[in-house]
Design a protein around this ligand. Sequence first.
Ligand code: BGC
Length: 732
Amino acid sequence: MILRLAAALCLTLLAHAAPAQDTVAWKTGREAKLIETRIEALLKTMTLDEKVGQLHLSGRGEGFNAARIREGRMGGVMNFVVPQEVADVQKAARESRLKIPLIIGLDAVHGFSTYFPLPLGQASTWNPELIEEAAYWTGREARAAGIQWTFAPMVDISRDPRWGRVLEGAGEDAYFGSIVAASRTHGYQRGGVATTVKHFVGYGAGEAGRDYNSTWIPTSQLFDLYLPPFKASFEAGSMTAMAAFNALNGVPTTAHGGLLTGLLRQNWGFKGFVVSDFGSITELRLHGIAKDDAEAARKALLAGIDMDMMGDVYDKHLAAEVKAGRVSVKMLDEAVRRVLRVKFHLGLFERPDVDPAAAPALMQTQEAREVALRAAREGIILLKNANETLPVASSVKRLAVIGAMAVPEAERVWTDPAGLGRRAIQSLPDALKERVQAGVEVVYEPAFTRNCGTEFADKEAALRAAAASDLVIAMLGEDCEFIGEGASRANLGLPGVQQELLEALVATGKPVVLVLATGRPLVLTWADAHVAAIVQTFHGGTEGRTAIAEVLTGAANPAGRTPMSYPRSVGQIPIYYNHLPTGRPQKIRQRYESIYMDEKNEPLYPFGFGLSYSRFTYANPRVDRSRIPINGIAEISVDVTNSGSRDGQEVTQLYIRQPVAIRSRPVRELKGFNKLAIKAGETRTVRFKLEAQKLGYHDDTGRYVIEPGLFEVYLGGSALAEAKTQFEVIKP
Ligand code: BGC
């Protein structure tokens, strides 16, 4: 019996450990040394063209020239997702003179075959382990299709929901963003694909929220706000990085030697390679810092861009630049070394090519879908719930689901690997029908055409269905060109005819639950004042609508929290919780205070906010000692009670403030959070360990400073946390 138990245990452990064999990570010690020897040996045998070839990244589609692979003049390819095609290109590389394998990359941003919520939706779970699992399964599926490298995670902090790419990130906060960045890096690489932390750096700060626009970031802010998630991803082992499109303080980052070489390589010791963004080297001409592509190639390489993504500029010009002596062989070799290093550490030279026949069985496994469901469920944010409209009461006998966002086709997916068998995403009405009590009728009316509700379908039918129901579920949002890259918006209302529809639904007099599937926080000021409940999702992926149905019916208790502040009006942007105090703070809202004449200062919903069907109260905030040495640790705790009648999950957040310092310090800064299941009626003590070393900031030269003095601590369920304690940091 004992033996059988032991054998079973062994099997369980093996089953658990099995996926880890795919893990990619920097090798250390002897193995790393051996790799350096192999790189040098290989470099010696390479021609100039073969060296340049390693820096050339080309992609599937028009103009792709597979012959270049056999000639040894392509180091990587991207956008191949069909396993047989992946196998074919890799075979071509094995037929080249030196047989150097290709690195095969893809934007596996929030899934490959199984789709998880958009990264902003994953971030809304405030559950780092779950976020890591989502990245793990994404990596594993991509890896099963022969992909070894993903252009993720995007870790750009943004305080501007006008920017369409906030959906790829983790929101507005550097501390939170760093934890998410590390989790996603670990997850992907454990799943078997190398990560590309991007976009280095400041891309999320584009002026006026316009994509690709210039950024102006003071050094102290660069170090305090924008760089930490990159650092966290490198510390978690990210093997590559991508430079950004934007110019930072006047210098396009693609040609920014201070950042790419000075900071990244010399200060941080990064050993992997840096890839340009899509065609960004040739764009140096348009930025006005290169007169032609040859100069652009030279400037990028000298600054520290190792691989040219889709620009063909290195391919066309680098060899000539080297021959003319404008780029030294030493510099070229260094870039090639970095690319080869990643290929060796990834094990590409030893790794068997993808088995196209085996790939489909590894897609959308039960485990992956379970993680997708949990991530979708935990990322749903309940923003408003007047009169406990939700979960749907037993008195509701007829539910009207209105809005074309309720159908699976409205779901945003990045790539759709054909032939790998995707499970159909459930529609919201179908998911509800499975979950409502017997006898409850669910009717569905699309009301508008997809593509962000550009026009009405049968509006009258929708209003009739609403009028005949006990509760209206309006699923609205952004499912069009309005989200993602190149999709900045100057207006953040519901697009198309959707606002008009929402107002007409409210006018029926029936309670309306607004369910949103967007790529960003919208301006919901009207909705907040008029609808009964608001449920935010950021395109929940394969299991998204199933999870929404669970939340609406009460099978799941909402536990998501927003990683971005919701503006009341576009004019408040940039809006973020950790702003500095002013000398003229808002007191009684009168002129000559720092206020708007026509709008409140506060966001509609603050950072970290989200309701639940439970109610959580905070008591007894305390710190173990009132004085902490500068190299010491403060132990902070608070009692959290679920005073509601349902079990739930609370995200306890810890914010600090240093009221007096040499520089003006933010009114609040997140320094810890903890997501915990708390049973109805139960009180749990949540504990944090806060290192004094983590309480500092960067000065104008980028130097890290920790100033002794008083620190206030606020604990609670959002950036408005009220339970307060304090301690003093002292010099030992
Ligand atoms: C984006 C990158 C992406 C690349 C490849 C670019 O336009 O900025 O984030 O990885 O395209 O698809």
